[in-house]
Design a protein around this ligand. Structure first.
Ligand code: HEM
Ligand code: HEM
Length: 133
């Protein structure tokens, strides 16, 4: 397995543990479930857990399913770092907003954009990998 794949899986299950823990905390302390903290829970689970897992599994499986090598390994490495930084920053941004500390919006803007750039790279790399398969 490529090391990026292993690290996507490690990050993914870590966000799963933390994101669902936050959900359980909401059940015990319903007043803690403010809009920003729900957004934190939503994105830790849907981007941190689900999307990161799909990035990792996609990079491993799609080249094998299509019988073609990955289009660009370098793009995968860049995408890995952008997605990792993006998700970390989005987590920090919603956490900061969730505790009403100033600065959360700017952090979300920067790291959300990084995450989106990583998504574009992933989509392009996967489309080129399966092209003509
Ligand atoms: C132990 C597992 C989980 C627990 C206990 C839990 C609990 C909760 C709670 C209490 C809320 C807030 C509801 C509210 O007050 O309006 C919530 C919202 C939400 N959760 Fe979870 N959750 C869990 C796992 C997940 C997972 C794995 C995902 C996605 C893959 C997810 C997606 C969502 C979404 C999208 C919302 C927002 C729904 C909305 O906008 O109304 N949750 N969850
Ligand atoms: C570049 C990646 C993403 C960014 C920057 C982003 C940003 C946002 C923002 C700013 C909101 C409005 C809520 C708020 O202001 O607190 C939101 C809501 C939401 N997003 Fe995302 N999102 C991203 C990816 C995703 C993905 C991949 C999913 C699902 C697979 C998703 C599911 C949701 C859901 C269910 C809500 C509504 C629930 C809530 O209030 O948080 N997002 N997102």
């Amino acid at each position: 397995m490529d090391k990026e794949v292993v690290w996507f899986i490690r990050q993914s299950v870590t966000y799963f543990l933390l994101g669902t823990l936050l959900g359980v905390i909401f059940l015990f302390f319903p007043d803690a479930a403010s809009q920003d903290r729900i957004s934190l829970h939503v994105h830790m689970n849907l981007v941190g857990w689900m999307s990161m897992m799909i990035f990792g599994v996609g990079y491993h499986i799609l080249p094998r399913f299509s019988g073609r090598p990955i289009f660009s390994r370098k793009m995968m490495t860049v995408q890995f770092w952008l997605a990792s930084a993006g998700m970390f920053g989005m987590t920090a941004g919603w956490l900061i907003r969730g505790f009403a500390v100033p600065g959360g919006n700017g952090i979300l803007l920067v790291f959300g954009t990084l995450m989106y750039v990583s998504i574009i790279l992933f989509v392009y790399n996967m489309l080129r990998t399966v092209k003509g398969a």
